[in-house]
Structure formats: C-alpha cells, structure tokens
Design a protein around this ligand. Structure first.
Ligand SMILES: Cc1cc2nc3c(=O)[nH]c(=O)nc-3n(C[C@H](O)[C@H](O)[C@H](O)COP(=O)(O)OP(=O)(O)OC[C@H]3O[C@@H](n4cnc5c(N)ncnc54)[C@H](O)[C@@H]3O)c2cc1C
Length: 475
C-alpha cells in the first residue's frame, strides 16, 4: 500500500462516497478511510450487506444507498474500513488506527466527510441502562437487524425521532408513548420560512404521511413536553414529563432520546479550522467556501459536518468538493469544473427549500430544559451540572477553563457527549451568547488508541511526534 495519495477522503457516508467516487473515476489515486465495517455512513449503514427483509423494512430511502456504494466499489478508490482517523495535519498528513496498528499517510488534498451526530442533551437519569440514542437503535437495526425489546418510549424532537417511531411501530414494537419537546403550537417566527418550503413540498408530504401513520396506531403522542426524566434503580423503569399542567408518566424498558442532529466537528477543531456558531440551529460548523475548502488550502470539509442538510445535500457537497480538488490537481480546467458543478448547485438549492422550515419547526430550545444541578453532564468524568455552575459562580468565564478545573469534556469521548450543552450552560450562567463562552479545544489523538500503538510509529520530521502528543494537555 502506498503512503501518498492525490486525495484522502475521511468518511464513507453519502458525502465521502461521492467525493471518492468522482475523484477516482477521474483517474486520481484516492484513499477512503472510515471507521465502520462497510460503506454507507449513518443513513446507509450496512446497506450493501443488508438482507432482503431489512432492505424492505428500512424503506425506499435506505435502498438509495445501494447506488452510491455500487458506484464507489467500481470507482477504483482504495477503501480501508475499520480505520479510525485520530490526527490530521494542515499540510496533508493523516494518522489512522486499523487492526491495532497506527499508520501515517499523506495526500495532496484531504476531504473530511465525517458527518453529523445526534445532539446529546442531558436529562435526569440519562445514564441509566435502558436509555439510549434513537439513532443508535436505528444503527443497530441496519447493522444487525436488532430491535428493542419491552416497552419503549421515544422522546425529543426532530424528523429522525418520528422516523424511528414509525419504523418501530411498523415492526410491531410496543411503543408506549412519543414525547416531543417541539411546541404544541409553532411560534409565528416559522411563518417566514413557509413560502420557500412550498417550493419543495415532497419532503413535507412525506413527513405528514408519517405523522398520519403514527396517529392511526393510537400511540399516545404528546407535544410541548418539559421536565423529561428517566427514573429507575438499577435500570430504567419509568419515564416522566410535564405537558402543560399535566404530569405524565409511562412504564418503560427503553427510552430512546433524540434532539436533532448537529455537525461532528472534532477533526475541524483539532485542526484549528475557523469555526462559526449558527445561532438559529445552535451548533458550530467549519467555515468553508462554496466548494467546501476550509481556511487551509489542502483541507476540504464536506457533507453534514459542514451544516446539517441531509443525505442528498451531503452527496452533492461531496461532488462539489471533488470537482474543486480535481481542478486544483490540474485534471479539469476551470470551465469544466464550473459547468459540471452548475447542475449540482441547482440540485443543492432545490433540496434546501424545505430545510429552514423543518429546522425552525424542530429548533432546539435550551430554555425547554432545566438542566438540574444533580444531573450528570460529563458521563466520562462524572461531572454534574451543579459542578459547572459552582465554578462559574467562582468567576470562571471560559469553556476550556471550566474543562481544566472540572475535567468536564476531558474523558474518552473528548466532550462529544457534554460539550454542546456545556456551552449552553456556561453561556446561560454568564448571560452571554454561546460563542462568548468559547469552544472546547480538541487535541490528538482524536480517538482512543493504546500508547503501544503510538510508540510503534516512526518519528517524522516536522510532523506530530508521538512523544509530544500529550504535552500541554492541561486544557
Ligand atoms: C445516528 C444518526 C442516524 C441517522 N440516521 C438517518 C436516517 O435513518 N435517515 C436519514 O435520512 N438521515 C439519517 N441521519 C442523518 C444523516 O447522517 C445524514 O443526512 C447523512 O448521512 C450525512 O452524510 P455524510 O456523508 O455527511 O455523513 P455520514 O453519513 O454521517 O458519514 C460519516 C462517516 O464518517 C465516518 N467517520 C466519522 N469520524 C471518523 C473518523 N475519525 N475516522 C474515520 N471515519 C470517521 C463515520 O463512520 C461515517 O461512516 C442520521 C444521523 C445520525 C447522526
């Protein structure tokens, strides 16, 4: 295997698959790294290995992934599954771990297409066995045809929560209730997004049909719920919430939480890419140009990691990044890049029409949550919300100082689970906007790797020296 490529693509979801395929089809030497066993990313997880029954059950949207994986397999891109990227350097160097061995490789260009993650939101009892992300259950269904057993409650907000509810109901799973934090009556602010949404109604009709199908089942479906709690001794027993003045409670063996999707930004932050805060969507995303180029010439960002737009948008963003990389490498001239990009840009625009309305409808509102003092915020280091509030009351004002003092965000997940809400809590306590509170610093290794794996690597000139990786890690 070579140690230098024209392009390295990180992630084999819709964005990474189209970017890799396009570049490889143009005769470039492309390496695609992904930590999953098979290509497909979150939405098309395991699609080219799914049984006919699962292909049928997961629906038409899921089957679309087969076109992408087939194209990718034929494209000539070299694919390394099970490969976790743990460092990327701006000059085009990538470190990844596979089968217990870490390798360092280089490329002229790197396209990061690491997608999105469910927005983690701590509620009382969210660490109890039986409470998990709805996306994780969705992943297990695709990967291993597993379904939850016993009584299930789904809670949170967003189209994927409703999608998961309808998939479980179709399978005959005992769904006790669907509890949405989405307001009962949408705020008038969403009206301004309606005209644009009417230009692309396909997605909206699909959503309405899904809601009708859920209603037909008669499963209790609440909106505008607050004070959601998971209660149990050893494992989850009950889910409680308030809906207006009504206190509601359901026995449950599983609580599936989903509060929407946010870009997975760890690699960008580790690289010190310029980041911007999106006030409406309440998430961070890397700053890019219209091709996905970050503030580093060689580093491109593509797909949901650059702002959540769904699978089709991710595919198109992958194509656009690939066209610009091919242009930079001298494979296609400017006019060809632009003419090939034109139809993709038009499709991206059309696909984006219903998004603002959907995003406004399911907008995350931190005010809907009390974030009780005794709720565990950082699951890795067992830091509570109260611990954070204490530190702030003592005069600490910056997220990384909070991290250094409390260890919140310093555990194995590197702040993936606590970081987003930590920013909200610190900002609220300071009566400031989230960007004023800062953003957690990320340092390599991004993923957990044994020290032995680092020690076995060669030391290279002007690269990250494994011996230096743990220096200055106090923040
Ligand atoms: C849990 C979850 C479930 C979802 N399910 C659905 C669904 O059923 N239907 C739907 O319409 N939308 C779903 N979405 C939204 C969906 O993710 C996007 O619309 C779409 O998949 C985005 O494509 P992408 O290529 O940008 O990223 P993704 O599809 O997320 O692909 C990113 C890939 O990058 C890989 N990766 C990430 N970090 C690293 C690393 N450090 N090293 C190596 N590889 C890495 C991941 O393994 C993944 O394969 C889901 C989102 C989440 C978070």
């Amino acid at each position: 295997m070579s140690d230098h490529y024209d392009a390295i693509v990180i992630g084999a979801g819709p964005a990474g698959l189209t970017a890799s395929s396009r570049l490889a089809e143009m005769g470039l030497k492309v390496l695609t790294l992904d930590e999953q066993i098979r290509p497909g990313g979150q939405i098309y997880r395991n699609v080219d290995n799914a049984s006919p029954t699962n292909l049928e059950k997961m629906g038409e949207e899921y089957r679309k992934g087969l076109t992408l994986t087939e194209r990718f397999r034929k494209s000539g891109a070299i694919y390394l599954n099970n490969s976790s990227v743990w460092n990327v350097e701006p000059q085009g160097r990538v470190c990844y771990s596979r089968d217990g061995v870490s390798e360092r490789i280089t490329a002229n260009y790197i396209i990061i297409a690491t997608g999105a993650m469910e927005r983690p939101v701590p509620i009382p009892g969210w660490t109890l066995p039986g409470v998990m992300g709805a996306g994780a259950v969705n992943g297990l269904a695709k990967e291993a045809e597993l379904s939850p057993a016993g009584k299930v409650v789904l809670a949170g907000s967003g189209p994927l929560l409703l999608l998961e509810a309808s998939l479980l109901l179709e399978k005959g799973i005992e769904v006790e209730a669907i509890l949405e934090t989405t307001p009962q009556i949408p705020t008038p602010a969403i009206l301004s997004d309606v005209p644009k949404a009417l230009l692309g109604t396909g997605f909206l009709f699909k959503g309405l049909k899904m809601l009708r199908d859920i209603k037909k089942t008669g499963v209790p479906h609440y909106k505008g719920i607050k004070k959601l709690r998971a209660i149990g001794n050893e494992t989850l027993e009950t889910v409680e919430a308030e809906c207006g003045s009504e206190k509601i409670s359901f026995q449950a063996d599983m609580l599936l939480l989903h509060f929407g999707v946010i870009p997975e930004t760890h690699i960008y932050r580790m690289l010190k890419c310029h980041m911007q805060w999106h006030e409406k969507y309440r998430y961070w995303q890397p700053v890019t140009d219209s091709w996905g180029r970050t503030n580093y010439e060689k580093i491109f960002a593509s797909g949901d990691g650059t702002g959540v737009g769904g699978a089709l948008a991710a595919e198109i963003k992958g194509e656009l990044s690939a066209l610009e990389v091919a242009h930079c490498l001298g494979i296609i001239p400017t006019y060809e890049r632009d003419s090939l990009a034109a139809s993709h840009r038009e499709s991206l625009l059309k696909d984006s029409y219903p998004r603002p309305l959907i995003d406004a409808f399911f907008a995350f509102n931190p005010a809907n949550f009390t974030f009780d003092d005794d709720t565990v915020l950082c699951r890795c280091e067992n830091v509570t919300v109260g611990d954070i509030r204490t530190i702030i009351s003592q005069g600490v004002t910056e997220l990384n100082e909070v991290k250094a003092i409390t260890r919140c965000g310093m555990g194995p997940c590197q702040g993936r689970m606590c970081g987003p809400v930590l920013g909200e809590i610190v900002a609220a306590e300071l009566d400031a906007r989230v960007p004023e509170a800062g953003l957690l610093t990320i340092r390599p290794p991004l993923k957990q790797i044994p020290l032995g794996e680092l020690a076995a690597m060669d030391i290279v000139a002007d690269g990250v020296d494994p011996a230096n990786l743990f220096k200055n890690q106090s923040k």
